[in-house]
Each structure stands twice: as structure tokens, then as C-alpha cells.
Design a protein around this ligand. Structure first.
Ligand SMILES: [Zn+2]
Length: 187
């Protein structure tokens, strides 16, 4: 039994959870909340005669962290494959050109002028701070890589390879030039 002192991610669902609704953070299928003994048990007080029961994440993800994961994903979900979820997403290279690549090699697609907005409103950082921290910026017009920190991590290089291949760029040439600081992407 989960004995958190905080609200666990959950929902009112038909008994048995026939649709297999999942936690928005970790993707686990939601399970019934015990009537007593957990933080979420108190919400059974709100039970109505509508055939719905109380379910929650078996891994104990907090409601707060699940909401944040959900909001974060939806800031770029329109650039992902249609079957993407907050806990398992894949960017769709046909839907974007501009993006950030984190030092961990994660690609975050943005609109053509969206780098600063993503930094500020999604990560609560400034664009300059991300650049100082080694994030790579790929812009659309002119098509270019900006790598202010000057050297890419291996994971960033892997992500750049995927980006270049999907955009029919010379992958070898892109990787060779990505440590230059600024390099225009010539097809
Ligand atoms: Zn979870």
C-alpha cells in the first residue's frame, strides 16, 4: 500500500478501469485507491452514485509532478508523432526545423522564433543561460546550428545525426562542423 503524505496522481474512472487510463507522468495503468490508509483515500468522501471509482498511480507519482509533466509535453506535443504521450514521445522531424538539443541529447522542437519562449516559459531559464549550459540551438532562417559552448556531447552528436539524416543533410559534414560555434546548414 502506498503511504504518501501528498496527493497521488489519480482520477475518477469506471470501476475496473476498462479503458486502462494511465498516470500522466509514468504511464502506469491507474489502480483502485484503498478506502482507508492512503492520502488519496480521503477523496472517497466525494463518491457519487455514478458508477465511478477512485484510481491512482501505483508508483505514487504526485498529482503536481504529473500535471507539470503533462504541461511540459504539451508545449511541444504538436511537433511529435501522433501516438506520443508525456511519458513516451518521439519527435516527428517532418513537423519542425527549429529546435533545442539539451546536453543529454534530447531534442525539443520549437517554432521558427520559439527558442526564447521555450527557454523562458517552459524551462524558466533565459536563452543565454541555456547556451552557456551547452544547449545547441538549431534555427530555421538561415538554417544554422549555434553551439555557443563550443563542444557537443556525444549524445548531442547522436541527436544531431538523427536531425541531419531526417532533413537530408550531409550528416558527416554537420557533425564535423557542430563544434565551430556557428555553422550554416547547407543542403
Ligand atoms: Zn505515475
Amino acid at each position: 500500500m502506498i503511504s504518501q503524505t501528498y496527493e497521488v496522481e489519480g482520477a475518477w474512472l469506471p470501476f475496473g478501469n476498462p479503458r486502462k487510463d494511465r498516470c500522466r507522468k509514468c504511464g502506469a495503468v491507474l489502480v483502485p485507491v484503498p478506502r482507508e490508509g492512503t492520502y488519496n483515500s480521503r477523496f472517497w468522501d466525494k463518491e457519487k452514485d455514478d458508477g465511478l471509482g477512485l484510481f491512482y498511480c501505483p508508483n505514487g507519482c504526485s498529482e503536481e509532478s504529473a500535471t507539470l509533466a503533462f504541461r511540459f509535453f504539451h508545449s511541444f506535443s504538436h511537433f511529435c508523432t501522433n501516438d506520443s504521450t508525456p511519458y513516451n514521445y518521439k519527435v516527428d522531424f517532418s513537423k519542425f526545423k527549429s529546435c533545442w538539443i539539451s546536453p543529454e541529447g534530447v531534442i525539443y522542437p520549437v517554432s521558427s522564433t520559439g527558442h526564447s519562449h521555450f527557454a523562458r516559459y517552459v524551462l524558466c531559464e533565459t536563452e543565454i543561460k541555456l547556451e552557456e549550459d551547452g544547449w545547441i540551438k538549431i534555427t530555421e532562417a538561415p538554417p544554422a546550428i549555434e553551439n555557443s559552448a563550443g563542444s557537443a556531447t556525444q549524445r548531442q552528436k547522436n541527436a544531431l545525426f538523427d536531425y541531419a539524416a531526417a532533413n537530408k543533410l550531409d550528416t558527416e559534414w554537420v557533425l564535423k562542423n557542430c563544434d565551430e560555434g556557428f555553422c550554416e546548414l547547407i543542403k
